[in-house]
Design a protein around this ligand. Sequence first.
Ligand code: G6P
Ligand code: MG
Length: 219
Amino acid sequence: MIKGFIFDLDGVITDTAELHYAAWKKLSDEQGWHFDRELNEKLRGISRMDSIKVIMDHNGVSLDDATIVELATMKNDIYVDSLDDMTPEDYLPGARELLTHLRSEGFSVALGSASKNANKVLKQLNAVHFFDVIGDGNSVSKSKPAPDIFLFASDKLGLRPDNCIVFEDAEKGIDAAKAGNFHSVGIGPEERVGHADIRFDTMKQATLFEVKSHFKDLF
Ligand code: G6P
Ligand code: MG
């Protein structure tokens, strides 16, 4: 039986990828590193510290740990500043409608995000009230593709993984959901989230009606 839903944030509830891109690009330009949208795609769903390591590897750069933390903090300051402009208009189409519908149907709902800025993003969107549990980058130490953030969320909801559906836009996010034995909905192209139980191109298509009809034996 499905009793709960666990949502990734970036790329599912709202599209912060462009803001992350702009912040990493500014940092990379300052450091003389190459960074483009293709590389930005590789950062989808992974933690800030894993992200900077991907960028450094791509550029053949190695630095001591303190400098890496300092640079990641600089990127974060740029990113957090840019969140001030986010408003309740910035849900991905369909996301607010789905969250509202889940609430009215009485499902348990959690956030399972790798971001340490999830609370700020939810406040900017006025979305905090949609969630019974908020799991973010501060909740667990092992990030996606480890299942820990989703296990944290289901545990706090008091549900077993097989009672929950995870919504994810990242390849490593679907890997994490599967590793934890959750049901999964992929949002995005086949080459990214084709390994999810079901996939939609956009959140707009992922209505409760559609999800129920795909997982009909579980409702
Ligand atoms: C999300 C994004 C990633 C980002 C991560 C950490 O998963 O998809 O691109 O690196 O959150 O975000 P943070 O806000 O903690 O830097
Ligand atoms: Mg995401």
